[in-house]
Design a protein around this ligand. Structure first.
Ligand code: HEM
Length: 464
């Protein structure tokens, strides 16, 4: 916080001097400058007084902050409004997005590859976790050690593990009479999922230690990555906490043992958060500056950002609601589309007490929610595409919007196909991978429309 304040002060002082110099040389009062500013920013509705001011709240001089009084006494009307807009942009464009890597392009490349590789590993973990769940293998291992261990290596050891599984409610109620070969399959699936997670811990921690020792990583990146590492370790604990709920005897003898939908959703959400953190950080290392070839493209990106942020949140919420569909096995009910059975809204969606429980535990309600959220996601991404078609944006941003639109349509198609075919392993896993792909595209888009640095604005010729 202290360093943030210092940074803010330095920037504002620098800016204030810059403005003072320009005012004293009458530069800011010249009609040319006013016109330039007006056409560049004011005409594109960037008045700080409107909600559309991109930088509002952070540095806006129209707010009653200390800069306003000291800098703009005597300036009023359109000129002052235009200048304040300019000021906002100049201030919020940082003095150059500082590279997170401190040792030149080679280190930057190595760290970028390592972080993208780790994100890809998490992606594969999510898919493997989905396959483990869909093949009903997740409850085959009845104990857990943080560091893991070797799998059974002899027939005797396999029998010991199988005996332990035979005590579990899943064996007693669902898999009674299962033979050892089938048990070995579900055991290997769960074992692979757990060991893949531990492998991630290693491929993350070893290079991290190396880069730290070499001094390639700045403090900010070091803290971020330590946080992600802690989340990753926590993910193992959440996974076991989830599995434990499925090893407990269900309340009613008619209920199939399965993990708590809340814990499953927590496990999936945490996986998405780790993935998002890794991917975003990897992008920040590889591409510290957002793409833009002109000031108009910067303004275009600002508009895209306003839409992309809430849509990313919507994609995230839709994914979490999908976890509740999976956690309640709700994909094996109401296997029709667009209606649920012969109704648009099925009966009994609020039958549980209190009402909020229905959104997380009622098969009909969680599926209805997921359909509504998925439709809203598709429509908003479609809306983003339509709303930005005429906007001047960088070709990379344009192509990301189009790809995201295509992916959203594919994801909805996959979801419907999964539902209509009673959730086969192949489609269920493809649908899960599709959700993460859509999320990845939203991260890429949001990352590409960030604020450019001051240096970038200078090279674009906007700031002298
Ligand atoms: C933007 C659109 C969508 C997103 C982001 C999304 C995301 C997800 C996610 C993350 C899951 C959890 C997967 C798991 O944990 O294994 C899921 C499950 C599911 N989704 Fe979607 N979904 C979307 C659209 C749809 C649509 C339109 C349908 C069908 C009407 C649908 C039907 C299902 C079903 C049946 C499941 C449960 C599958 C299972 O049991 O493994 N989804 N969804």
């Amino acid at each position: 916080m202290g360093s943030l304040l210092r940074r803010y002060k330095t920037l504002t002082n620098g800016f204030s001097n810059h403005i003072k110099q320009r005012v004293s040389s009458n530069e800011l009062l010249s009609p040319t400058i006013t016109t330039t500013i007006t056409t560049r920013f004011f005409s594109s509705s960037s008045s700080c007084k409107t909600p559309s001011c991109y930088f509002r709240g952070r540095t806006c001089f129209n707010n009653n902050n200390s800069f306003r009084g000291s800098l703009y006494k005597g300036l009023s009307g359109p000129l002052s409004r235009n200048m304040t807009t300019t000021a906002s942009i100049m201030l919020s464009g940082r003095e150059g997005l500082k590279s997170l890597v401190t040792a030149g392009p080679h280190a930057q490349k190595m760290i970028g590859i390592w972080l993208f590789g780790s994100a890809a590993w998490v992606f594969s973990m999510v898919v493997l976790g989905g396959v483990t769940r869909l093949t009903r293998s997740g409850l085959s291992m009845t104990d857990w050690k943080f560091t893991g261990g070797l799998p059974p290596l002899s027939e005797e050891q396999w029998l010991v593990e199988f005996d332990k599984y035979k005590q579990s409610p899943e064996y007693k109620r669902v898999n009674k009479g299962m033979n050892i070969e089938d048990f070995k399959f579900i055991y290997w699936m769960e074992y692979a999922h757990r060991m893949w997670g531990r492998g991630l811990g290693l491929i993350f921690a070893l290079p991290f230690t190396y880069f730290l020792c070499k001094g390639f990583i700045n403090v900010r990146l070091g803290l971020k990555l330590s946080g992600l590492f802690a989340l990753g370790a926590g993910q193992g604990l959440i996974g076991w906490w989830m599995v434990k709920s499925g090893l407990e005897e269900p309340v009613s003898e008619y209920v199939e043992p399965r993990v708590s939908p809340y814990r499953l959703a927590a496990h999936l959400t945490s996986a998405f958060a780790i993935y998002c953190g890794l991917f975003w950080t990897a992008m920040s290392v590889a591409l510290p500056e957002p793409p833009s070839d002109s000031v108009r493209q910067v303004l275009g990106a600002i508009k895209v950002q306003r839409l992309a942020l809430p849509i990313s949140l919507l994609v995230g919420i839709t994914a979490v609601s999908g976890a509740f569909v999976a956690g309640n096995d709700a994909g094996r009910a109401f296997n029709t589309f667009p209606k649920m059975g012969d109704k648009w809204i099925p009966d009994g969606i609020f039958q549980l007490e209190p009402v909020t429980r229905n959104f997380f535990e009622n098969t009909a309600t969680v599926q209805l929610d997921h359909r509504i959220l998925a439709t809203a996601t598709l429509l908003s991404i479609g809306g983003l595409w339509v709303a930005t078609r005429k906007l001047d944006v960088h070709p990379r941003v344009r192509s990301l919007i189009r790809t995201t639109m295509g992916m959203a349509a594919l994801q909805v198609t996959l979801g419907i196909s999964t539902l209509l075919s009673y959730v086969p392993v192949s489609l269920g896993s493809a649908h899960q991978a599709g959700a993460l792909t859509l999320f990845t595209l939203m991260i890429m888009l949001t990352h590409s429309v960030r604020k450019p640095s001051m240096i970038r604005l200078k090279t674009l010729g906007y700031v002298k």
